[in-house]
Design a protein around this ligand. Structure first.
Ligand code: NAP
Length: 248
């Protein structure tokens, strides 16, 4: 028996990176995967085909996670197509790095909107269906930086710290209905997001990682499979770090 056999999962921002690896691992474990993208339409369509070939009823939806209206419409569409949502993964995220002195209001608003408000948008939109079924697992992708802070990332760190507080609060609100809410805090993972960093910053990060390498998206996806599955039925309100013991 596969770990997610027959479960319906909705993953935001799965056209690339960690979200894509989660969609692939979830499908490998027998889940039907609805997922979103914003601009990478071709990659999303290609992933949809790949997941279908694995036996998953997969569908890509274009939806801006930062928009409350689009999130509500997305939840409605997914519920119409799949009848239920067992697992929600709030993964969509961006960086707009700058020292605070130079950070624009737009850079602040974009990051808070996509990384934090999106988690509110989607969780609120999906919650009612989970409450009705008295089951569900919500997984929010935060970051080690949400716990440690990082110079040049005040907007990003604030959004990710917010996700941790949100996760703990929601776990307390809906635990009595058997819905779990956890966060995953990746460290330094090889994706397009970290590909943008210059070599000096990468070297500095690597020095602070006892496992002495960057993590792979699949390694974050494995943690998500665990939190989505019935292997973690008594785990809620927690933040699971996937960071190679990174200590900054
Ligand atoms: P990535 O490679 O840049 O991929 C980001 C994904 O999010 C893409 O699929 C993108 O879709 C989607 N996205 C962006 N804005 C969106 C929006 N408004 N609505 C819907 N989808 C949107 O990033 P990643 O490294 O995989 O990061 C995934 C998550 O992990 C993020 O929350 C990030 O903060 C977190 N994280 C990453 C690392 C790391 O080292 N990589 C570390 C800690 C935490 P389109 O391409 O279609 O626009």
């Amino acid at each position: 028996m596969k770990l997610l056999e027959g479960k319906i999962a909705l993953i935001t921002g799965a056209s690339r990176g960690i979200g894509r690896a989660m969609a692939q691992r979830f499908a490998e474990e027998g889940a039907h995967v609805a997922f979103t993208y914003l601009s990478s339409e071709e990659k999303a369509k290609q992933l949809e085909e790949e997941l279908k070939a694995m036996g998953s009823c997969a569908k890509a939806y274009r939806s801006d996670a930062g928009s409350f209206e689009e999130a509500a419409a997305l939840a409605e569409a997914v519920l119409k197509d799949y009848k239920q949502i067992d697992v929600l993964v709030n993964n969509a995220g961006i960086t707009r790095d700058n020292l605070l002195l130079r950070m624009s209001e737009e850079q602040w608003d974009q990051v808070i909107g996509t990384n934090l408000k999106s988690v509110f948008n989607l969780t609120k939109s999906v919650m009612r269906a989970m409450l009705k079924k008295r089951q569900g697992s919500i997984i929010n992708i935060t970051s080690i930086v949400g716990m440690t802070g990082n110079a040049g990332q005040a907007n990003y760190a604030a959004s990710k710290a917010g996700v941790i507080g949100f996760t703990k609060s929601v776990a307390q609100e809906i635990g009595s209905r058997s819905i779990r809410c956890n966060a995953i805090a990746p460290g330094f993972i090889e994706t397009e997001m970290t590909g943008e960093l210059n070599e000096d910053i990468k070297k500095a990060f690597l020095q602070s990682i006892p496992l002495k390498r960057m993590g792979q998206a699949k390694e974050v996806a494995d943690a998500a499979v665990f939190l989505a599955s019935d292997m973690s039925t008594y785990i809620s309100g927690q933040t699971l770090s996937v960071c190679g013991a990174m200590n900054r």
